[in-house]
Design a protein around this ligand. Sequence first.
Ligand code: SAM
Ligand code: SF4
Ligand code: SF4
Length: 333
Amino acid sequence: MLDTRARPLHDLRISVTDRCNFRCTYCMPKTIFGRDFAFLPRSELLSFEEITRLARLFADEGVSKLRLTGGEPLLRKDLDQLVAMLATVEGIDDIALTTNGSALAAHADRLRRAGLRRVSVSLDALDDDTFAAMNDVAFPVSRVLTGIDAAARAGLRPVKVNMVVKRGVNDARIVEMADHFRGSGHILRFIEYMDVGTTNGWRMDDVVPAAEILARIDARWPIEPVDPSYAGEVASRYRYRDGAGEIGVIASVTQPFCGGCTRVRLSADGKLYTCLFAARGHDLRGPLRQGATDAELRTLIRSTWERRADRYSELRRARTERTPRIEMSYIGG
Ligand code: SAM
Ligand code: SF4
Ligand code: SF4
């Protein structure tokens, strides 16, 4: 099954909640996601059974990798049960989780036993002041580091640590982060700040290009490129020449990778998005709850993918106005 740009479908990212205990300024700014913000009511969230049924149908259409995300996925009760259910789906050979790490220490063992293979933990700085300026709820760095260690101990290795870099906020911490994770066995990845959603006030001036990030690290510890581990890998890989491990950069703004984009996203309320920057999703929950057969749902999935033409990041530079689009916390990154 190929889309209009001859891209196959391999990865499904499943958002299990639109809620989060952080208010990262680049994702859920407090001015919008305040006390009165209307999050999805429980009844609108897909149940674990519904998610698993859809995952099975996606696997039939070529998906082999699943990633659970959110909002903060560990806020969804009994997430390990969902992992265990997804682990039984034929054709799925990889289940991963993206988390802010705040509750990871308490859950890592159970998730691993349920069948989770890998975890990516977001961490934007190593000092509490800078981290607080990013997460905006004064969450301490030490608890995220404890979560990272717990995940590694549970066997979720290597842990990937994702740092969103925002100029003037945490870019002075790039080398310090590299220093901390060098030799740890964890893989630190730097993410260019993106214009997802419409609430974070994104400006190109706030983006630190991946080339600049790499130059800063290379000046301290020389690095060299590593071949991608699989086709369509979004992170460009580098290793320290002295053997202290690997880092990655995700240059979605300065070096877009739409040509190899094989992912689709399922929101917590069952809408399918064929691009992170899509303005609208395709409802799967409606048909699911109205009794659609597996064949009908598969046709819906196939026709949505086969009509897909998205390449937002490649067109970003040519765009002059902001288009409507969904928020990262809703669709899960
Ligand atoms: N709450 C979890 C977390 O933070 O890992 C999972 C969901 S979060 C939306 C997924 C990823 O998107 C995180 O690594 C986060 O840093 C990243 N992200 C959110 N907003 C972003 C933005 N504007 N630009 C780049 N990355 C962003
Ligand atoms: Fe929450 Fe993750 Fe968004 Fe931060 S990036 S506000 S932790 S969903
Ligand atoms: Fe994929 Fe859309 Fe991102 Fe391009 S902009 S890589 S099509 S999600």
